[in-house]
Design a protein around this ligand. Structure first.
Ligand code: SF4
Ligand code: SF4
Length: 381
């Protein structure tokens, strides 16, 4: 298992963890078998947004006696009503559901208290200009939650929260399909869409800037929907018209700045083992760039994906890293010192580019690397 940490959460977090969604409806011994497999594989992070009392109790039972093995990301603002999940902004319901979560999980603390599903400006105001944020911060001050998080599918709203300085972890939907400029922005439409409307597309700059800002500000991203609800694994359903492997999707997510863990929905020990094994998959299995660059439905072009296919560089420049650091610098108002320091410590940087153009012939997404190096020189002086 690989472990990562971010500036605001100095704990080793497994690069792949459990999205708990599909544990709902499972029997107690089935939930235990998933947690057993996860602990054995070295996973130490689980997301529990589900308000369903049965799944909460089953996870609590599975973690009994080994609570410290798993960092729990528990959501605020979800309740169970009429036998169903419901998002709420009612403070009394939130308090009651959170208290239920602690009881059923047999614990007196939650590692990451996650403000649930904040997508619109109205959502943001309802959470951050209200009793809800005061309650969450009070829980944090008392140590009942150790870190504060927010989940979102909207890069603009998410960036606002990240820049507020209030959250330590962002849960965000990331995968190559949702990251494209032409993708739907509404999460329910995203989950259903099967085609881009243009022949060419490129990475969405708001989503790119969000990841870069998280990395620069030390906010860790945990990823939801890495397989786009499974559609990226199936050529017939994928908007790209080609199938990626789970390892390629996970690799794509882990290469975005700021990402510390990917949380696919896992409901069986076999799925846990497949997800964990993706980290040690062969370079071919992880190679999302070759698949996406040869897809039939759309041509991806223009913006760097940090895939590294352009290497080696004649001047030994780590091109994807320079691209990533430049994006991180551009996402902030002033270049963060940590980013400048990292760039300054590189053994070769954009100043060493001799404009030979070799990288551009190797980039599957036709990125103008020479221009990218010029931009890096301007940004870092
Ligand atoms: S320039 Fe092209 S090949 Fe190189 S990292 Fe960026 S997208 Fe990949
Ligand atoms: S153009 Fe610059 S970045 Fe690309 S291979 Fe040549 S020296 Fe390296």
């Amino acid at each position: 298992m690989e472990y990562r940490r971010c500036g605001r959460v100095p704990h080793d977090i497994s690069a792949v963890g459990i999205g708990g969604e599909w544990l709902s409806g499972k029997k107690r011994d089935e939930v235990k078998s998933v947690i057993d497999a996860a602990v054995s594989s070295g996973m130490n992070y689980i997301d529990i947004f589900m308000p369903d009392p049965e799944v909460r109790s089953n996870i609590g039972s599975a973690l009994s006696g080994r609570r410290e093995k798993m960092m729990i990301q528990g959501h605020l603002c979800t309740v169970f009503e009429d036998g169903q999940y419901k998002r709420t902004r009612d403070i009394e319901q939130i308090k009651s559901s959170f208290s239920d979560l602690l009881t059923r999980l047999q614990t007196d603390y939650i590692d990451v208290g996650m403000l649930h599903y904040v997508d619109t400006e109205e959502d943001y105001a309802a959470v951050f200009d209200s009793e809800i944020i005061r309650y969450a911060l009070d829980l944090k001050e008392k140590g009942v939650i150790r870190y504060l998080g927010m989940s979102s599918h909207n890069p603009v709203t998410a960036l606002r929260a990240v820049e507020s300085g209030l959250i330590d972890i962002l849960m965000f939907s990331i995968n190559p399909a949702y990251d494209m400029e032409d993708a739907e922005t509404d999460i329910y439409k995203q989950m259903e869409f099967t085609a881009f409307s243009k022949e060419t597309c490129r990475l969405d700059s708001a989503r790119r800037d969000l990841c870069a800002a998280c990395e620069a500000l030390g906010v860790g991203i945990v990823v939801m929907k890495p397989f786009a609800a499974g559609s990226l694994l199936d050529a017939a359903k994928s908007p790209f018209g080609c199938a990626l492997t789970p390892a390629a999707c996970i690799s794509y997510c882990l290469e975005r700045p700021g990402v510390i863990s990917v949380l696919p929905g896992l409901s069986t020990p076999e799925e846990v083992n497949t997800a964990a094994a993706s980290l040690s998959a062969s370079p071919d299995e992880k190679d999302y760039a070759s698949v996406l660059s040869s897809c039939t439905k759309v041509r991806i072009t223009g913006r760097c994906m940090y895939c590294g296919h352009c290497l080696p560089c004649s001047s030994h420049i780590d091109i994807p890293l320079v691209a990533k650091l430049t994006d991180m610098a551009l996402a902030a108002e002033d270049v963060p010192e940590s980013v400048r320091g990292h760039y300054g410590a590189l053994s070769a940087n954009a100043d060493d580019c001799i404009e030979c153009g070799q990288c551009e012939t190797q980039c599957p997404f036709r990125v103008s690397v020479v221009e990218m190096m010029k931009r890096a020189r301007r940004v870092f002086g």
